[in-house]
Design a binder for this molecule. Structure first.
Ligand SMILES: *Cc1c(COP(=O)(O)O)cnc(C)c1O
Length: 384
């Protein structure tokens, strides 16, 4: 039988506690989700600022659908680039303090497209070993010499760079998506300068959440376009909508328009999504209370989890993993929390290294203190 090995592979995944499955959600994104007939408290979304179902964001989407319809009709370079997309690009450039910004349909495609447009055979790309899958895939598919450096280890990176060939691109998550810690961006920028390499930062989890007016991790550290020539951001997380962008110099953006295949050969995201993101950007920049609230919730959680003796990660972000160990243990704990009314995802290999399966707790500005108290109480019950 052709493909009979596939069912064996699936069986193996099931036995190892690595099988992945979806859950049907029957409500808008928010703190409370309707999950297959049951109301649960949501601790696994990346909608950190609570904007995915914000009335102004939803209204902007509806109004724009009236003006533009739903489909964008084609790629940006054919006839899919609307004034809504263009206005959002200009606002994102101003927001990030870069010359220009270019919208991509997803963050995955932005990373694949940007890395492949910048390096190829005869060049070198350097990636933190804990980088997001899309960055690793971008580096691997580029044809450039691919080197992973030890997590956040700038000395190791510096050594590898000294032996590099061709154009050199350093690529890192800003905030590591499964660990929650910050990349040492000022040190990385210094190494990049010293070695005449370009630095690309994926700030999917920092934009909107950190920095003055939510400008992200680069704003937090005061790093300019000169320090970090390639900034990638996603719009489906802190911004609560969908899509992604790359920001940088005129030269960078024009290069991407000519050469990034995941930009050229894909349909533009709907103009209504761009308009709703413009509404969300106003809230991101204007409402500092959302960031302050997140900080308070994270501090409350870390203090409480520490008292329970749970193994936390060195994270100051709304991503607060709890180390568990095996994939099966993490899956069981996630299921037990679900039975108690809390949705917390288990993160297992190969997303994280073997033996470091974990619960990934994330916070939203819409959580209240009592949500955190109840989650801690449930964790206490399950861990004793
Ligand atoms: C989510 C994420 C992406 C992918 O973005 P999408 O818009 O969801 O495709 C890329 N990089 C990091 C670090 C992410 O967390």
């Amino acid at each position: 039988m052709p493909f009979s090995h596939l069912s064996q592979k699936l069986d193996t995944l099931k036995k190892q506690g690595l099988y992945r499955s979806r859950r049907n959600i029957d409500s808008p994104q928010g703190i409370h989700l309707q999950l297959e007939g049951k109301s649960v408290v949501n601790f696994c979304s990346n909608d950190y600022l609570g904007l995915a179902n914000h009335p102004a964001v939803v209204q902007a989407f509806k109004d724009a659908a009236d003006n533009y319809g739903v489909g964008s009709g084609s790629a940006h370079l054919i006839c899919g680039h609307s004034t809504a997309h263009h206005a959002l690009e200009e606002e994102l450039a101003a927001f990030t303090g870069r010359e220009r910004a270019l919208l991509f349909s997803t963050g995955y495609m932005a990373n694949i497209g940007a890395i492949n447009a910048l390096v190829g055979r005869g060049d070198s790309v350097f990636e933190d070993r804990l980088n997001h899958a899309s960055l690793l895939d971008g580096g691997l598919s580029s044809g450039a010499k691919f080197k992973r450096y030890a997590h956040a280890d700038t000395a190791h990176l510096d050594k590898l760079l000294a032996q590099a060939i061709g154009n050199k691109l350093i690529v890192t998550d800003g905030i590591f998506s499964m660990d929650g810690d910050f990349a040492p961006l000022p040190e990385l920028a210094a190494v990049a300068k010293k070695q005449a390499a370009w630095l690309m930062v994926d700030d999917a989890h920092g934009l909107g959440v950190f920095g003055h007016h939510g400008g992200g991790l680069l704003a937090h550290y005061g790093l300019t376009q000169d320090d970090v020539p390639v900034l990638m951001g996603t719009l489906g997380k802190g911004f609560g909508t969908f899509g992604a962008f790359v920001a940088g110099s005129e030269l960078l953006i024009e290069t991407l328009i000519q050469a990034a295949r995941t930009y050229i050969y894909t349909t533009a995201l709907p103009a209504a999504v761009a308009e709703s993101t413009r509404a969300s950007l106003k809230i991101v920049t204007g409402e500092n209370w959302r960031r302050e609230k997140l900080t308070a919730l994270v501090n409350q959680f870390r203090a409480g989890a520490g008292q329970l003796g749970l193994q936390l990660f060195p994270s100051a972000s709304p991503i607060q993993p709890i180390m568990v160990g095996t994939a099966q243990q993490a899956t069981d704990l996630s299921q037990a929390l679900l039975n108690a009314g809390f949705l917390v995802s288990a993160i297992r290999p190969p997303t994280v290294p073997q033996g470091s399966a974990r619960l990934r707790v994330t916070f939203s500005a819409l959580h209240e203190e009592w949500h955190v108290e109840r989650l801690l109480a449930a964790l206490e019950k399950l861990s004793t």
